[in-house]
Design a binder for this molecule. Sequence first.
Ligand code: ZN
Length: 219
Amino acid sequence: MNKKALVVLSGGQDSTTCLFWAIDRFGKENVSAVGFDYGQRHIKELECASGICKDAGIEYTVINTPIINELSANALTRAEIKVDTQKPEGTPPNTLVEGRNLLFLSYAAIWAKTHDIQNLVTGVCETDFSGYPDCRDIFVKSLNVTLNLAMDYDFCIHTPLMWLTKAQTWELADKLGVIDIVYNKTLTCYNGIAGEGCGSCPACNLRRRGYEEYVKMKN
Ligand code: ZN
């Protein structure tokens, strides 16, 4: 297993925390990042990711995957579909993009192998998984086996946030010395507002509750 690592970086809180986790674990010189332009509503998140990488001295590449938008109509890719404010009973929220992590990690793996990178890092998390099936640990483990077989290569997919609560993700950012960067420079908000966000969408609520819980934990 080599020390080179590729982070799937969307510019949100989770993937940005993973970027700094990877820098800490593998060394800055071994880390690079990719993001995906799939026609998401808020292309601004890729600008956030690119700015964060620039400041950190990390190479960032955007891969165009418009096919994801062509195939999947949902609230993150279509402006005319409003984001659910409440999680519907028994079904995932309408921000689900079917198979998104399957595709992202597969594209990332192809990129990684062509650059001799064996470690893939993703911010998926089962604790707050909101009903997204491709955020589950069992899915990531299964995909790791599949990718290794598909490309005859030893990938290792790292999921540092898999079992963390949002408060613990803030704690990790704090331990890594980057809580200010994560707080101010990332975009999690479904309404496309960086930093503290709009304050009222489900993503902002989850993020703020986690932050408040962490601050309470710390004091
Ligand atoms: Zn928001």
